[in-house]
Design a protein. Structure first.
Length: 427
Protein backbone atom coordinates (compact mmCIF):
# COMPACT_ATOMS: atom_id res chain seq x y z
CA UNK A 1 0.00 0.00 0.00
CA UNK A 2 1.09 3.55 -0.72
CA UNK A 3 0.67 6.42 1.73
CA UNK A 4 -2.77 7.52 0.40
CA UNK A 5 -4.21 4.05 0.99
CA UNK A 6 -2.72 3.91 4.46
CA UNK A 7 -4.25 7.30 5.31
CA UNK A 8 -7.65 6.14 4.09
CA UNK A 9 -7.33 2.97 6.20
CA UNK A 10 -6.38 4.96 9.32
CA UNK A 11 -9.43 7.18 8.82
CA UNK A 12 -11.58 4.06 8.48
CA UNK A 13 -10.19 2.54 11.71
CA UNK A 14 -10.67 5.76 13.70
CA UNK A 15 -14.22 6.03 12.39
CA UNK A 16 -14.86 2.46 13.57
CA UNK A 17 -13.46 3.28 17.01
CA UNK A 18 -15.63 6.39 17.24
CA UNK A 19 -18.86 4.85 16.02
CA UNK A 20 -18.67 1.46 17.72
CA UNK A 21 -16.89 2.61 20.91
CA UNK A 22 -14.52 -0.33 20.66
CA UNK A 23 -10.87 -0.43 21.81
CA UNK A 24 -8.47 0.73 19.12
CA UNK A 25 -6.55 -2.56 19.23
CA UNK A 26 -9.75 -4.44 18.34
CA UNK A 27 -10.56 -2.03 15.52
CA UNK A 28 -7.08 -2.43 14.03
CA UNK A 29 -7.28 -6.21 14.27
CA UNK A 30 -10.69 -6.22 12.60
CA UNK A 31 -9.42 -4.03 9.77
CA UNK A 32 -6.49 -6.37 9.21
CA UNK A 33 -8.77 -9.43 9.06
CA UNK A 34 -11.03 -7.70 6.55
CA UNK A 35 -8.13 -6.51 4.41
CA UNK A 36 -5.77 -9.46 4.19
CA UNK A 37 -3.94 -7.97 1.22
CA UNK A 38 -2.25 -5.54 3.61
CA UNK A 39 1.26 -6.62 4.61
CA UNK A 40 2.90 -6.33 8.00
CA UNK A 41 4.48 -3.02 7.03
CA UNK A 42 1.10 -1.63 6.00
CA UNK A 43 -0.54 -2.71 9.25
CA UNK A 44 2.30 -1.18 11.28
CA UNK A 45 2.03 2.12 9.41
CA UNK A 46 -1.75 2.27 9.79
CA UNK A 47 -1.43 1.45 13.48
CA UNK A 48 1.16 4.20 13.93
CA UNK A 49 -1.13 6.73 12.24
CA UNK A 50 -4.08 5.75 14.42
CA UNK A 51 -2.14 5.77 17.67
CA UNK A 52 -0.33 9.03 16.86
CA UNK A 53 -3.67 10.66 16.09
CA UNK A 54 -5.14 9.50 19.40
CA UNK A 55 -2.07 10.50 21.42
CA UNK A 56 -2.42 14.10 20.24
CA UNK A 57 -6.16 14.18 19.69
CA UNK A 58 -6.90 17.50 21.39
CA UNK A 59 -4.04 19.52 19.90
CA UNK A 60 -4.75 18.13 16.42
CA UNK A 61 -8.47 18.85 16.76
CA UNK A 62 -7.70 22.40 17.92
CA UNK A 63 -5.58 22.97 14.82
CA UNK A 64 -8.19 21.55 12.45
CA UNK A 65 -11.28 22.80 14.24
CA UNK A 66 -12.65 19.25 14.20
CA UNK A 67 -12.38 15.90 15.99
CA UNK A 68 -13.35 14.04 12.80
CA UNK A 69 -11.08 11.08 11.96
CA UNK A 70 -10.11 12.64 8.62
CA UNK A 71 -9.02 15.86 10.33
CA UNK A 72 -6.95 14.00 12.93
CA UNK A 73 -5.19 11.78 10.39
CA UNK A 74 -4.36 14.62 7.99
CA UNK A 75 -3.02 16.76 10.85
CA UNK A 76 -0.95 13.83 12.10
CA UNK A 77 0.73 13.12 8.78
CA UNK A 78 1.54 16.79 8.14
CA UNK A 79 2.33 18.06 11.64
CA UNK A 80 4.20 14.98 12.87
CA UNK A 81 5.14 12.77 9.89
CA UNK A 82 6.84 15.45 7.82
CA UNK A 83 4.45 15.56 4.87
CA UNK A 84 3.18 18.81 3.33
CA UNK A 85 -0.09 19.75 1.62
CA UNK A 86 1.84 19.78 -1.64
CA UNK A 87 3.32 16.31 -1.15
CA UNK A 88 -0.09 14.89 -0.24
CA UNK A 89 -1.72 16.51 -3.27
CA UNK A 90 0.90 14.91 -5.51
CA UNK A 91 0.49 11.52 -3.81
CA UNK A 92 -3.32 11.62 -3.95
CA UNK A 93 -3.45 12.49 -7.64
CA UNK A 94 -4.58 9.50 -9.66
CA UNK A 95 -4.65 7.16 -6.61
CA UNK A 96 -8.04 5.47 -6.39
CA UNK A 97 -7.46 4.55 -2.74
CA UNK A 98 -6.65 8.10 -1.60
CA UNK A 99 -8.93 10.19 0.59
CA UNK A 100 -10.54 13.24 -0.95
CA UNK A 101 -8.13 16.02 -1.85
CA UNK A 102 -7.38 18.55 0.88
CA UNK A 103 -9.69 21.54 0.81
CA UNK A 104 -8.49 25.13 0.97
CA UNK A 105 -9.89 25.38 4.50
CA UNK A 106 -7.97 22.28 5.63
CA UNK A 107 -4.73 23.55 4.11
CA UNK A 108 -5.18 26.87 5.89
CA UNK A 109 -5.94 25.20 9.23
CA UNK A 110 -2.86 22.95 9.06
CA UNK A 111 -0.57 25.95 9.47
CA UNK A 112 -2.17 27.03 12.77
CA UNK A 113 -0.18 27.22 15.99
CA UNK A 114 -1.35 26.00 19.39
CA UNK A 115 0.56 28.32 21.71
CA UNK A 116 -2.64 30.26 22.46
CA UNK A 117 -4.62 27.10 23.21
CA UNK A 118 -5.52 26.11 26.79
CA UNK A 119 -2.90 24.11 28.66
CA UNK A 120 -4.99 20.94 28.46
CA UNK A 121 -5.03 21.21 24.68
CA UNK A 122 -1.30 21.87 24.37
CA UNK A 123 -0.58 18.98 26.73
CA UNK A 124 -3.15 16.65 25.12
CA UNK A 125 -5.03 15.46 28.17
CA UNK A 126 -8.72 15.62 29.23
CA UNK A 127 -9.64 19.08 30.48
CA UNK A 128 -11.30 17.76 33.64
CA UNK A 129 -7.91 16.44 34.81
CA UNK A 130 -6.22 19.85 34.60
CA UNK A 131 -6.40 20.63 38.36
CA UNK A 132 -5.01 17.21 39.25
CA UNK A 133 -2.15 17.30 36.74
CA UNK A 134 -1.36 20.90 37.66
CA UNK A 135 -0.81 19.68 41.21
CA UNK A 136 1.47 16.93 39.95
CA UNK A 137 3.55 18.92 37.49
CA UNK A 138 3.05 22.67 38.10
CA UNK A 139 5.05 24.66 35.53
CA UNK A 140 6.12 21.47 33.71
CA UNK A 141 2.54 20.56 32.85
CA UNK A 142 2.74 21.15 29.10
CA UNK A 143 6.14 19.49 28.73
CA UNK A 144 4.95 16.46 30.70
CA UNK A 145 1.79 16.18 28.62
CA UNK A 146 3.61 16.48 25.32
CA UNK A 147 6.11 13.81 26.36
CA UNK A 148 3.20 11.55 27.34
CA UNK A 149 1.82 12.08 23.82
CA UNK A 150 4.97 10.70 22.21
CA UNK A 151 5.76 7.15 21.16
CA UNK A 152 7.16 4.74 23.76
CA UNK A 153 10.37 2.79 23.43
CA UNK A 154 10.45 -1.00 23.59
CA UNK A 155 12.23 -1.96 26.82
CA UNK A 156 13.30 -5.36 28.05
CA UNK A 157 14.60 -6.62 31.38
CA UNK A 158 17.43 -9.12 31.24
CA UNK A 159 16.73 -12.15 33.44
CA UNK A 160 19.78 -12.27 35.72
CA UNK A 161 18.94 -15.88 36.59
CA UNK A 162 19.81 -16.97 33.04
CA UNK A 163 21.66 -14.29 31.09
CA UNK A 164 23.63 -11.05 31.06
CA UNK A 165 23.03 -7.77 29.28
CA UNK A 166 25.88 -8.55 26.90
CA UNK A 167 24.44 -11.95 26.00
CA UNK A 168 20.97 -10.56 25.31
CA UNK A 169 22.29 -7.54 23.42
CA UNK A 170 24.21 -9.89 21.13
CA UNK A 171 21.11 -12.01 20.53
CA UNK A 172 19.12 -8.88 19.63
CA UNK A 173 21.91 -7.10 17.76
CA UNK A 174 19.75 -6.74 14.64
CA UNK A 175 17.51 -4.35 16.62
CA UNK A 176 20.41 -2.25 18.00
CA UNK A 177 19.40 -2.35 21.67
CA UNK A 178 20.97 0.15 24.07
CA UNK A 179 21.44 -0.09 27.86
CA UNK A 180 18.69 1.65 29.80
CA UNK A 181 19.70 4.87 31.56
CA UNK A 182 18.69 3.77 35.07
CA UNK A 183 17.49 0.17 35.32
CA UNK A 184 20.60 -2.01 35.79
CA UNK A 185 19.31 -5.02 33.84
CA UNK A 186 17.49 -3.15 31.09
CA UNK A 187 17.92 -2.74 27.35
CA UNK A 188 15.90 -0.33 25.23
CA UNK A 189 15.03 0.14 21.57
CA UNK A 190 13.80 3.71 20.96
CA UNK A 191 10.68 4.20 18.88
CA UNK A 192 11.26 5.11 15.26
CA UNK A 193 9.49 7.80 13.20
CA UNK A 194 6.57 7.60 10.79
CA UNK A 195 5.91 3.97 9.75
CA UNK A 196 8.74 2.38 11.75
CA UNK A 197 7.86 -1.08 13.07
CA UNK A 198 8.29 -2.11 16.70
CA UNK A 199 10.83 -4.96 16.96
CA UNK A 200 9.18 -8.34 17.50
CA UNK A 201 11.55 -9.57 20.18
CA UNK A 202 9.27 -12.31 21.52
CA UNK A 203 10.16 -14.57 18.59
CA UNK A 204 13.86 -14.32 19.45
CA UNK A 205 15.65 -17.42 20.71
CA UNK A 206 16.69 -15.56 23.85
CA UNK A 207 13.11 -14.77 24.79
CA UNK A 208 12.01 -18.37 24.24
CA UNK A 209 14.87 -19.49 26.50
CA UNK A 210 13.87 -17.06 29.25
CA UNK A 211 16.83 -14.70 28.90
CA UNK A 212 14.66 -11.60 29.00
CA UNK A 213 11.15 -10.23 29.40
CA UNK A 214 9.49 -7.22 27.78
CA UNK A 215 9.09 -4.67 30.58
CA UNK A 216 9.08 -0.88 30.52
CA UNK A 217 12.11 0.63 32.23
CA UNK A 218 9.83 2.45 34.67
CA UNK A 219 8.33 -0.84 35.80
CA UNK A 220 11.85 -2.24 36.22
CA UNK A 221 12.85 0.75 38.35
CA UNK A 222 9.94 0.54 40.78
CA UNK A 223 10.30 -3.24 41.04
CA UNK A 224 13.95 -2.73 42.02
CA UNK A 225 13.04 0.05 44.48
CA UNK A 226 10.64 -2.33 46.21
CA UNK A 227 13.89 -3.55 47.78
CA UNK A 228 13.39 -7.31 47.94
CA UNK A 229 16.41 -9.17 49.33
CA UNK A 230 17.69 -12.71 49.27
CA UNK A 231 16.02 -14.92 51.84
CA UNK A 232 13.00 -12.69 52.47
CA UNK A 233 9.36 -13.70 52.55
CA UNK A 234 7.64 -11.48 49.97
CA UNK A 235 3.99 -11.18 49.01
CA UNK A 236 3.25 -9.80 45.53
CA UNK A 237 -0.37 -9.01 46.26
CA UNK A 238 -1.50 -7.85 42.80
CA UNK A 239 0.75 -10.10 40.73
CA UNK A 240 -1.31 -10.16 37.54
CA UNK A 241 0.65 -11.79 34.71
CA UNK A 242 3.78 -11.82 36.87
CA UNK A 243 6.04 -9.11 35.46
CA UNK A 244 7.12 -7.78 38.83
CA UNK A 245 7.19 -11.26 40.38
CA UNK A 246 9.81 -12.22 37.80
CA UNK A 247 11.80 -9.05 38.49
CA UNK A 248 11.70 -9.69 42.25
CA UNK A 249 12.88 -13.28 41.76
CA UNK A 250 15.87 -12.06 39.76
CA UNK A 251 16.87 -9.58 42.46
CA UNK A 252 16.45 -12.26 45.15
CA UNK A 253 18.58 -14.76 43.24
CA UNK A 254 15.90 -17.45 43.60
CA UNK A 255 16.40 -17.36 47.39
CA UNK A 256 13.67 -16.78 49.93
CA UNK A 257 10.03 -17.05 48.90
CA UNK A 258 7.66 -14.96 46.78
CA UNK A 259 3.94 -15.52 47.07
CA UNK A 260 2.28 -14.32 43.85
CA UNK A 261 -1.42 -13.57 44.29
CA UNK A 262 -4.13 -11.79 42.34
CA UNK A 263 -7.83 -11.51 43.04
CA UNK A 264 -8.58 -12.19 39.35
CA UNK A 265 -7.74 -15.73 38.32
CA UNK A 266 -7.69 -14.86 34.61
CA UNK A 267 -4.98 -12.23 35.13
CA UNK A 268 -2.80 -14.87 36.77
CA UNK A 269 -3.10 -17.31 33.86
CA UNK A 270 0.14 -16.36 32.04
CA UNK A 271 2.30 -16.45 35.17
CA UNK A 272 2.83 -20.21 35.25
CA UNK A 273 4.52 -20.46 31.85
CA UNK A 274 6.50 -17.27 32.49
CA UNK A 275 7.90 -18.57 35.78
CA UNK A 276 8.95 -21.82 34.12
CA UNK A 277 10.55 -20.11 31.12
CA UNK A 278 12.47 -17.72 33.37
CA UNK A 279 13.80 -20.46 35.65
CA UNK A 280 12.13 -19.02 38.76
CA UNK A 281 12.11 -21.50 41.64
CA UNK A 282 11.28 -19.30 44.63
CA UNK A 283 7.78 -18.17 43.59
CA UNK A 284 4.60 -19.82 44.75
CA UNK A 285 1.37 -18.84 42.98
CA UNK A 286 -1.67 -18.46 45.21
CA UNK A 287 -4.88 -18.57 43.19
CA UNK A 288 -7.84 -16.63 44.60
CA UNK A 289 -10.06 -18.65 46.90
CA UNK A 290 -11.29 -18.45 50.47
CA UNK A 291 -8.37 -18.33 52.85
CA UNK A 292 -5.72 -18.34 50.11
CA UNK A 293 -3.46 -16.02 52.11
CA UNK A 294 -4.56 -16.79 55.69
CA UNK A 295 -1.29 -18.54 56.55
CA UNK A 296 0.69 -15.41 55.58
CA UNK A 297 -1.01 -12.96 57.94
CA UNK A 298 1.55 -10.97 59.91
CA UNK A 299 4.51 -12.94 58.48
CA UNK A 300 5.74 -11.06 55.40
CA UNK A 301 9.04 -9.21 55.37
CA UNK A 302 7.82 -7.29 52.35
CA UNK A 303 4.48 -6.77 50.64
CA UNK A 304 4.47 -5.35 47.11
CA UNK A 305 1.22 -3.73 46.00
CA UNK A 306 1.09 -3.02 42.27
CA UNK A 307 -2.30 -1.44 42.72
CA UNK A 308 -5.13 -1.30 40.18
CA UNK A 309 -5.24 2.26 38.87
CA UNK A 310 -6.40 4.50 36.05
CA UNK A 311 -3.32 3.62 33.96
CA UNK A 312 -2.64 7.28 33.23
CA UNK A 313 1.06 6.49 33.20
CA UNK A 314 0.57 4.25 30.16
CA UNK A 315 -1.17 6.80 27.92
CA UNK A 316 1.66 6.55 25.37
CA UNK A 317 0.85 2.87 24.83
CA UNK A 318 -2.93 3.04 25.25
CA UNK A 319 -3.94 6.53 24.14
CA UNK A 320 -7.61 5.63 23.65
CA UNK A 321 -7.94 5.11 27.42
CA UNK A 322 -6.91 8.73 27.97
CA UNK A 323 -10.14 9.97 26.45
CA UNK A 324 -12.35 7.35 28.12
CA UNK A 325 -11.24 8.08 31.69
CA UNK A 326 -13.95 9.62 33.88
CA UNK A 327 -14.23 10.98 37.44
CA UNK A 328 -16.33 7.94 38.29
CA UNK A 329 -13.60 5.52 37.17
CA UNK A 330 -11.00 7.45 39.15
CA UNK A 331 -13.16 7.32 42.29
CA UNK A 332 -13.61 3.56 41.90
CA UNK A 333 -9.88 3.01 41.53
CA UNK A 334 -9.20 5.06 44.66
CA UNK A 335 -11.64 2.89 46.60
CA UNK A 336 -9.99 -0.27 45.25
CA UNK A 337 -6.55 1.01 46.26
CA UNK A 338 -7.63 1.87 49.79
CA UNK A 339 -9.07 -1.62 50.26
CA UNK A 340 -5.96 -3.33 48.88
CA UNK A 341 -3.66 -1.31 51.13
CA UNK A 342 -5.64 -2.51 54.15
CA UNK A 343 -5.33 -6.09 52.91
CA UNK A 344 -1.59 -5.68 52.39
CA UNK A 345 -1.04 -4.39 55.90
CA UNK A 346 -2.64 -7.50 57.39
CA UNK A 347 0.19 -9.63 56.01
CA UNK A 348 3.10 -7.36 56.95
CA UNK A 349 5.09 -8.28 60.04
CA UNK A 350 6.40 -5.61 62.45
CA UNK A 351 9.45 -4.00 60.87
CA UNK A 352 8.37 -5.12 57.42
CA UNK A 353 8.19 -2.93 54.32
CA UNK A 354 5.18 -2.19 52.17
CA UNK A 355 5.91 -1.02 48.61
CA UNK A 356 2.93 0.78 47.07
CA UNK A 357 3.16 1.08 43.27
CA UNK A 358 0.86 2.50 40.61
CA UNK A 359 1.17 3.17 36.90
CA UNK A 360 -0.60 6.47 37.47
CA UNK A 361 0.54 10.11 37.38
CA UNK A 362 -2.43 11.40 39.38
CA UNK A 363 -1.86 12.63 42.97
CA UNK A 364 -5.23 11.21 43.99
CA UNK A 365 -3.91 7.68 43.43
CA UNK A 366 -0.42 8.36 44.72
CA UNK A 367 0.52 10.81 47.49
CA UNK A 368 -3.12 11.41 48.47
CA UNK A 369 -3.77 7.70 48.81
CA UNK A 370 -0.73 7.21 51.03
CA UNK A 371 -1.58 10.25 53.18
CA UNK A 372 -5.08 8.89 53.81
CA UNK A 373 -3.70 5.43 54.63
CA UNK A 374 -1.14 6.80 57.08
CA UNK A 375 -3.80 8.91 58.79
CA UNK A 376 -5.64 5.71 59.67
CA UNK A 377 -2.41 3.85 60.56
CA UNK A 378 -0.05 6.21 62.39
CA UNK A 379 2.29 3.30 63.11
CA UNK A 380 3.41 3.43 59.49
CA UNK A 381 6.56 5.37 58.62
CA UNK A 382 7.54 6.64 55.19
CA UNK A 383 11.01 5.39 54.31
CA UNK A 384 13.66 7.67 52.84
CA UNK A 385 13.17 7.08 49.12
CA UNK A 386 16.43 8.85 48.25
CA UNK A 387 18.34 6.43 50.49
CA UNK A 388 16.50 3.50 48.91
CA UNK A 389 17.45 4.81 45.47
CA UNK A 390 21.14 5.05 46.42
CA UNK A 391 21.04 1.55 47.85
CA UNK A 392 19.57 0.05 44.68
CA UNK A 393 21.16 2.10 41.89
CA UNK A 394 24.42 3.20 43.59
CA UNK A 395 23.82 6.81 42.58
CA UNK A 396 21.91 9.80 43.88
CA UNK A 397 18.30 10.09 42.84
CA UNK A 398 17.90 12.49 39.89
CA UNK A 399 16.46 15.90 40.73
CA UNK A 400 12.72 16.28 40.39
CA UNK A 401 11.68 12.66 40.87
CA UNK A 402 10.59 12.83 44.51
CA UNK A 403 7.07 13.93 45.39
CA UNK A 404 5.93 16.16 48.24
CA UNK A 405 4.52 13.12 50.03
CA UNK A 406 7.80 11.19 49.99
CA UNK A 407 7.36 8.95 46.95
CA UNK A 408 8.98 8.80 43.53
CA UNK A 409 7.15 9.68 40.30
CA UNK A 410 8.62 8.59 36.97
CA UNK A 411 7.33 10.00 33.66
CA UNK A 412 8.29 10.06 29.98
CA UNK A 413 9.43 13.68 30.39
CA UNK A 414 11.58 13.01 33.47
CA UNK A 415 12.94 9.52 32.91
CA UNK A 416 11.91 8.46 29.39
CA UNK A 417 9.71 5.77 30.93
CA UNK A 418 6.02 5.16 31.38
CA UNK A 419 4.48 6.93 34.35
CA UNK A 420 5.06 5.06 37.61
CA UNK A 421 4.79 5.93 41.29
CA UNK A 422 6.27 4.14 44.29
CA UNK A 423 6.13 4.83 48.02
CA UNK A 424 7.82 2.76 50.72
CA UNK A 425 6.28 2.32 54.18
CA UNK A 426 7.64 0.52 57.23
CA UNK A 427 5.47 -0.95 59.93
Amino acid sequence: MRLPGRLAAAIEVLTDVEQRKRPVSEALKAWGLNNRFAGAGDRAAIGNLVYDALRRRESLAFIMGSHAPRALVLATVIRHWGETPESLAAAFEGDSHAPEALSAAEISALSAEIEAAPEAVQADFPEWLAPSLKRAFAADLIGEGQAMAGRPSLDIRVNALKATQEKVAKSLARFSPEPTAIAPFGLTMPAGPRDARTPNVTTDEGYLKGWFEVQDQGSQIVAALAGAREGEQVLDLCAGAGGKTLALAGVMGNKGQIFAYDSDRSRLAPIYDRLKRNGVRNAQVRAPNDGALDDLVGKMDRVVVDAPCTGTGTWRRRPDTKWKLSPEVLAQRQADQAAILEEALKHLKPGGTLAYITCSILPEENDDQIAAFKAVHPELQTLDIAAAWRSVFITDIPAGLTTEGGGVLLTPHRTQTDGFYIHLLRR
